[in-house]
Design a protein around this ligand. Structure first.
Ligand SMILES: Nc1ncnc2c1ncn2[C@@H]1O[C@H](COP(=O)(O)OP(=O)(O)OP(=O)(O)O)[C@@H](O)[C@H]1O
Length: 476
């Protein structure tokens, strides 16, 4: 409160010009007519603007006057019958042209009701030149479980401003999650509001592709309802998740998508399960090489893979930039269940150093020459996994701490919606991935193979030859 130069009373600022406004006497009938005309004009604007309410209201009013209750009830029944027939007859077109547009109009009305308050409380309203400016709600489109709201930003705003307050917006609009992605134009942001959770239900094992498509292996479902296809060519894959987060389901989903390649010899899986074969043991026949107890055998497997990678790189030098798998030179995928056991917790220092050296060669040189790594780990810190950055594809399942999200998925990914630390324990197999060409992380759920399904798959497609350095009976 100011303590000097204060006097009581209203302060009147001196006017720049003093103008005496003219006094005109208007007859009452003229004023009344003007007000009536203005009210009629406003009514016409409202009637036209909310045509989707006024049109049906007028139509039903007319039906009622003409035929009594039978009129409106008959028309409602007719619409219900036609809609049901359309919905059952051709569901995709009914949803696209019938149901979603109607729902979108309703949802737009809901969002508009809260828009002003939501923008002000989320600090997205901007004060400029002594007035408040709000982002403009342009359009709402609905699809299964998701509303896409097109928003024109205020000058100076960027999509990340919306991403930062996404959680606040989700609570305000009563949806599960909000994601902000850049729109088609630089001044537009798209808010994706997720109403329900399409990933709440378990994803059953997916059909095994006849020939594996190494750029798009079907492994799960995305939250926008599409299937999630993992790219293996040209990359190395790291799966990070707390205990019980479903790392095993990622591994088995990938193995299943490659199963026909294993049978045809186009793919060789080499399995390393330092936890004594707890995870990979059930499907051991899927692996051409398998090590579970002997750390020296595991180290030798990794060194052998690194040697293959170096030899192939030497052969392909100057000829091609991507190796094409053949039965003579198959795609090799090293599946490692708990990588930290090899890189951090191993007490034999010499062996640990050999493993680290071979792994870094494999990770850096293998991806172009068809020698890949699919590794799972619980703790993504640098001390545990020094070469985290050599895995271009990283999958974040449920994580223990918010700070781990950006370590796994990249800087700013938690702000953009990858809430790995908020994945509930009752949703194992759910995680976030960064999909090529999309700056916002995608929530996915990996398919789940029960133990019997893993055994069946191994029985149908498996070709195991060597366990811990020893040939299996009947295998050669
Ligand atoms: N994709 C999934 N869908 C449904 N349930 C799943 C899925 N993945 C895993 N589960 C369930 O969660 C349990 C734990 O999964 P899993 O053993 O794969 O986790 P993990 O991350 O490998 O744990 P740990 O690090 O302790 O080995 C499984 O026994 C299974 O019941």
């Amino acid at each position: 409160m100011p303590l000097v130069n204060v006097i009581r009373g209203d302060r009147l600022d001196s006017a720049p010009i003093n103008v005496r406004t003219p006094f005109i006497r208007i007859p009452l009938w003229l004023a009344l007519s003007w007000w009536t005309l203005k009210a009629l004009g406003r009514l016409a604007v409202v009637l036209v603007r909310f045509w989707y309410v006024t049109g049906p209201a007028v139509f039903f009013g007319w039906l009622y006057l003409r035929w009594g209750w039978a009129g409106p009830v008959g028309v409602v029944a007719l619409v219900a019958v036609v809609a049901s027939a359309w919905g059952f007859g051709h569901r995709p077109s009914f949803l696209r042209f019938g149901w979603w547009p109607v729902l979108a109009r309703f949802r737009r009305w809901l969002y508009r009701r809260n828009w002003h308050a939501a923008m002000v409380t989320a600090k997205l309203a901007v004060s400029f030149d002594s007035h408040t400016v709000l982002p403009v709600l342009r359009k709402v489109q609905c699809t299964a479980g998701v509303d896409v709201v097109t928003v024109r930003m205020v000058t100076g705003q960027i999509p990340d401003d919306f991403a930062k307050v996404a959680e606040r917006l989700a609570h305000t609009f009563g949806v599960r999650q909000v994601k902000a992605v850049p729109g088609a134009r630089p001044d537009v942001v798209l808010l994706r509001l997720f109403r329900g959770d399409p990933l709440a239900k378990l994803v059953r094992p997916l059909p095994v592709p006849a020939v594996p498509e190494f750029t798009a292996l079907p492994v799960g479902k995305r939250e926008d309802g599409d299937g999630y296809d993992l790219r293996l060519f040209g990359t190395q894959v790291l799966v990070v998740g707390a205990t019980g987060s479903g790392k095993g389901s990622v591994i088995w989903s990938v193995v299943r998508s490659l199963a026909n390649g294993v049978t045809s010899g186009l793919v060789q899986l080499w399995g390393l399960d330092p936890k004594g074969g707890m995870e990979l043991g059930m499907g051991a026949p899927m692996f051409a090489r398998f090590a579970r107890k002997d750390y020296t055998a595991m180290c030798e497997l990794i060194e052998e893979a690194a040697t293959v990678a170096k030899e192939r790189a030497g052969k392909l030098y100057g000829r091609t930039r991507q190796h094409t798998p053949t039965p003579d030179e198959p795609l090799i995928v090293l599946v490692i269940d708990e990588l930290a056991n090899l890189t951090a917790y191993l007490t034999d220092r010499q062996l640990k150093d050999r493993i680290k050296a071979a792994l870094s060669i494999l990770l850096s040189q293998g991806r172009a020459v068809g020698v890949h790594v699919l590794a799972a780990i619980q703790d993504p810190r640098k001390e545990v996994l020094p070469f985290r950055d050599l895995f271009p594809t990283r999958i974040g399942l449920r994580l223990a701490e918010a700070a781990q999200v950006d370590l796994v998925l990249g800087e700013g990914m938690r702000d953009r919606g990858a809430l790995c630390d908020r994945i509930p324990q009752n949703l194992p197999g759910v995680g976030f991935v960064v999909i090529d060409g999309d700056p916002t992380p995608m929530r996915v759920r990996f398919s789940y193979l029960a133990d019997d399904e893993i055994r069946d798959m191994a029985h149908t497609y498996g070709r195991l030859r060597v366990i811990d350095g020893e040939f299996l009976d009947g295998a050669a």
